[in-house]
Design a protein around this ligand. Structure first.
Ligand SMILES: [Zn+2]
Length: 70
């Protein structure tokens, strides 16, 4: 069991998601829905754990809220 403290970045979502997180190598915005219109497909960085820095994509957050995140 690993306990990690997360910053306010995740308050909006309320839960931590097991997902792949991607961001453009040049950018600061993380995406976690593969159906996001901005989902990086080339030249991206990917990780399993929720990112500790940067911003989460607003479109991805909206999809998540709508239950439309794939
Ligand atoms: Zn996104």
């Amino acid at each position: 069991m690993i306990t990690i403290s997360y910053s306010g970045l995740y308050n909006e979502l309320g839960v931590l998601m097991a997902a792949d997180y991607r961001k453009d190598k040049d950018g600061d915005t993380w995406h976690f829905c593969s159906n996001c219109s901005s989902w990086p497909t080339v030249n991206y960085h990917e990780q399993r754990l929720p990112p500790m820095t940067g911003d989460l994509c607003n479109e991805c957050k909206a999809k998540r809220r709508e239950g439309n995140c794939r």
